[in-house]
Design a protein around this ligand. Structure first.
Ligand SMILES: *[C@@H]1O[C@H](CO)[C@@H](O)[C@H](O)[C@H]1NC(C)=O
Length: 182
């Protein structure tokens, strides 16, 4: 294919942009819980639950979770897994009531949070955040659709894990293209 020996400048630009996106996305950032203010409430339905949100969000070491809520009415309690499951806030790991809570995720693994307001956790106001270890950056993410693995192009190597998501596929394609140039 002629396109491989003489890539157009626009495809090169696209490749750089995509690579830039991949690298910049590894910076630590502040992540607003639920994606917006006042989402620390009893979810109106299962699909509105914070764990649904958390499943589609990637958390890394160094990121900071931010909660915004009315500190008069509600608060955030970090608990053990057991206390998370039983909604028991009587022996918290940490408790936050300032209405503008920030928790830095400084190690890999699961973090469990429940509401401190009476009855709220039982009604689903709870959150599990799983921070990936750097080695497994691509290992846990929203499950890929089977379609992405159709065809022989994707080999089960560690490199292939980076192929998740259309953007990454194009990004890798661009990278190979650049590689071919030098
Ligand atoms: C909550 O946890 C405390 C301390 O671990 C324990 O003493 C208590 O029985 C628990 N309460 C419930 C309802 O499980």
């Amino acid at each position: 294919m002629a396109g491989f020996s003489r890539p157009s400048s626009s495809s090169l630009l696209l490749a750089f942009l995509l690579l830039g996106t991949i690298f910049s996305s590894s910076e630590a950032k502040e992540i607003l819980v639920g994606g917006k203010s006042d989402s620390w409430t009893i979810p109106s339905s299962q699909s509105q639950s914070l764990n649904k949100w958390a499943e589609s969000t990637r958390f890394r070491i160094g990121d900071t979770l931010v909660w915004k809520y009315d500190g008069e009415k509600d608060w955030v309690v970090q608990v053990s897994k057991e206390d998370y499951l039983s909604c028991n806030s009587s022996s918290p790991i940490e408790e936050y009531k300032d209405g503008q809570t920030k928790v830095k995720l400084n190690k890999a693994g699961p973090y469990y949070f429940i509401s401190g307001a009476k009855g709220h956790c039982e009604k689903g106001q709870k959150l599990i955040v799983v921070v990936l270890s750097p080695r497994h950056r691509y290992a846990i993410s929203p499950a890929p659709s089977p379609a992405e693995f159709d065809g022989p192009a994707v080999a089960p190597t560690s490199g292939a894990e980076a192929l998740r998501g259309g953007g990454l596929v194009v990004g890798l394609g661009g990278f190979l293209l650049l590689w071919g140039l030098f």
